[in-house]
Design a protein around this ligand. Structure first.
Ligand SMILES: Cc1ncc(COP(=O)(O)O)c(C=O)c1O
Length: 425
């Protein structure tokens, strides 16, 4: 009996990751799209997505690409980043951010972050040199960066500012949308982002000269292959069934690994990228099929974010004052892609949670994630960003996505309280 209850509890798992934005209507749309291969590459979807996004942000020009990293690559070439240049970005990031800088022969220069997971202005100032060309500011987990201070510094040093809004679609700062502050910005529709089409992203700008260059670059790209698009359309459907059986007979983890090995679903970050490499599929036009899925999700973004904020408020209320746990202290109108707490023994907490059917997240558990990234290849020097390194050891992401109900969030809270207080971890 006890075994059965435990089993049922695990079947009702809570997921921070694994395509958490997919709802029934998204599954239905993906299912229908599977049978319309003539619409996979070309169609009106991309233009509709770009036009909708432009008005939604709002911004004067928007261009869709096959991923957020493809957007950043397009931006860097448009602003003329080339060999010998330096581009400043924060540590406590994903390897796909420094990679496009490296592909253009330039050097990523890592700036430390502060306790809110965004770039430290103090360290930024120290790392600007005569070779610096641009600054990428990352609104990590939806938290606006120190925008005014960074913009002022950039102006003083004549540097362009690129906003990385991969985590912050729908976020605002002082009433203005994130993504409309810098010279140019990009958003991601990756599988674990604010909205998802598995792969996809969009560049946004009010700078017409840069927009022209981005447009040209976009025109010259080719479409992703039919096989690649098929895998992305099938991704939410496959994951839906994987999640339903995730804890049954402990098959879930095995199944995810197996279907990745078989190439049935794609990896978020390929093995080559972890070594600073550039896989051929990375820089492509956005395919029509994925644009249709992304637009459908974009229309739900406000509801998703309101839900995230409600769940974050619950965590704020329930977890305040827990010994040894630092809750996120964010500025501005944060959309809480993930609610990230910091504590010693973060890894242990994540592994204990799995046993209870709670899949917590580990973004970012390495100064340039994922953990098996070759730091030398991406120009990261160990010790150069101590706060980022400390946060990487101590971060645990709690789920806020639309699939996480208040009851699920309370399950997470109870688990953390029990483990922190009883086991004193
Ligand atoms: C902070 C950050 N910026 C940019 C990206 C790139 O987005 P995409 O996965 O769509 O290429 C990611 C992806 O994980 C990210 O975490």
């Amino acid at each position: 009996m006890v075994k059965l209850v435990c089993f049922q509890d695990k079947v009702m798992a809570v997921f921070t990751s694994l395509s958490p934005n997919t709802e029934r209507d998204d599954l239905w749309l993906a299912w229908q799209m599977l049978f319309k291969p003539w619409q996979w590459q070309k169609g009106q979807g991309v233009l509709e997505l770009e036009n909708y996004f432009k008005n939604w942000l709002p911004v004067s020009r928007a261009f869709a690409f096959s991923s957020g990293r493809a957007c950043l690559y397009a931006i860097l070439q448009a602003i003329g980043v080339t060999s010998g240049d330096e581009v400043l970005l924060q540590a406590y990031t994903c390897v796909v951010v420094p990679n496009p800088i490296i592909w253009l022969g330039a050097k990523p220069v890592f700036v430390d972050c502060q306790d809110d997971f965004t770039m430290s202005v103090e360290d930024l100032e120290k790392k600007i040199t005569a070779q610096s060309k641009a600054i990428i500011i990352q609104h990590t987990f939806g938290c606006p960066s120190a925008i005014e201070a960074i913009m002022a510094l950039a102006k003083r040093h004549n540097l362009l500012v690129i906003e990385d809004c991969a985590h912050s679609l729908g976020g605002q700062y002082q009433g203005q949308a994130l993504g409309a502050f810098g010279d140019i910005s990009f958003f991601s529709f990756g599988r674990d982002k604010i909205i998802s089409s598995v792969f996809g992203g969009i560049v946004a700008t009010n700078n017409l000269a840069l927009a022209e260059k981005i447009k040209q670059w976009q025109n010259n790209l080719t479409y992703s292959s039919y096989g690649w698009i098929l895998r992305q359309i099938a991704h939410p459907l496959v994951l839906f069934f994987v999640k339903k059986t995730y804890y049954a007979l402990s098959l879930g983890k095995f199944l995810v690994t197996l279907i990745k090995q078989l190439g049935l679903i794609s990896r978020a970050v390929s093995l080559a990228e972890r070594q600073g490499g550039k896989p051929v599929f990375i820089s492509r036009k956005m395919s029509n099929a994925l644009a249709v899925l992304a637009l459908h999700q974009l229309k739900k973004a406000a509801r998703f974010n309101a839900h995230r904020q409600k769940i974050a408020a619950l965590y704020d209320r329930e977890l305040v004052g827990l010994p040894g746990v630092r809750l996120p202290q964010f500025r501005g109108d944060n959309v809480y892609l993930r609610y990230t707490i910091c504590l010693d023994k973060a890894k242990f907490l994540i592994s204990q949670a799995k046993k209870q059917g709670i899949e917590l997240g580990c973004w970012y558990d390495w100064p340039v994630a994922p953990r098996d990234t070759n730091l030398d290849k991406v120009f990261y020097t160990w010790g150069s960003c101590p706060t980022a390194e400390k946060l990487a050891k101590r971060s645990v992401n709690l789920p806020t996505n639309i699939q996480t109900s208040e009851k699920d969030a309370m399950k997470v809270v109870q688990f953390i309280k029990q483990n922190i207080i009883k086991q004193n971890i």
